[in-house]
Design a protein around this ligand. Structure first.
Ligand code: ATP
Length: 190
């Protein structure tokens, strides 16, 4: 199968992530999207990062009704911080029958040349990129293995969700109801 790997902190998962994954799987050649929950991002601060098990549970709750979406905790047992290059090697080894590519937002494409082994990742796996408001233009969009999808800009981020929660503002429709239930019952992002 053709699998799109969507790496993220998902802190928490929001409708932006779901729309991106859906566009990738319905308008392209992918059979499935796997959400790879990163315990720790080498470039992000750890402040207000919910526990990885809570983030995984929220992803699972958000995608449970879509048989083309899966969540994976493959990085939880790996050395931290997790490098995408290492995770790709582990997954390719474990699932030789699958063909993997990467899904990311345009902001990540800009920082991509700082990633470990980024050139090999582009050459070998290829990237599918969703446009993001205010992302700088990356020279990588000229690369034959980098595909920019034509889809509506989504001005939403997990940071915005967390800000809303801290300020007691509603996050309804910004994240699925099942995710709101987890956030409320576990008192996350207070
Ligand atoms: P935060 O606000 O905490 O930095 P985030 O909303 O960017 O989080 P991540 O979990 O860090 O969410 O992102 C996972 C992936 O989803 C990244 O590739 C990111 O570029 C992409 N992404 C998230 N939101 C959007 C969006 N609104 N438009 C395009 N890409 C997005």
């Amino acid at each position: 199968m053709n699998i799109g790997l969507f790496f993220g902190s998902f802190n928490p998962i929001h409708v932006g992530h779901l729309i991106i994954a859906n566009v990738m799987v319905e308008n392209g050649t992918l059979d499935q999207v796997w959400f790879v929950v990163s315990p720790q991002n080498p470039f992000k601060s750890q402040q207000s990062l919910a526990h990885e098990f809570d983030r995984l549970d929220m992803v699972r709750a958000a995608i449970h009704d879509n048989f083309k979406f899966q969540a994976t905790d493959v990085e939880f047992g790996m050395p931290k911080p997790s490098y995408t290059a290492d995770t790709l090697a582990v997954l390719s080894d474990k699932y030789p029958q699958h063909h993997f590519s990467l899904i990311m937002g345009e902001d990540n494409l800009v920082s991509f040349p700082k990633w470990k082994n980024y050139q090999a990742i582009v050459d070998f796996y290829g990237l599918k990129v969703y446009p993001r408001p205010e992302a700088q233009k990356s020279e990588l969009i000229e690369h034959p293995n980098v595909q920019m999808v034509d889809a509506p800009l989504l001005d939403i981020s997990a940071t915005f969700i967390r800000d809303n929660l801290r300020n007691s503002r509603s996050i309804k429709y910004l994240v699925p109801d099942a995710v709101i239930d987890i956030i409320e019952s576990r008192k996350l992002y207070r």
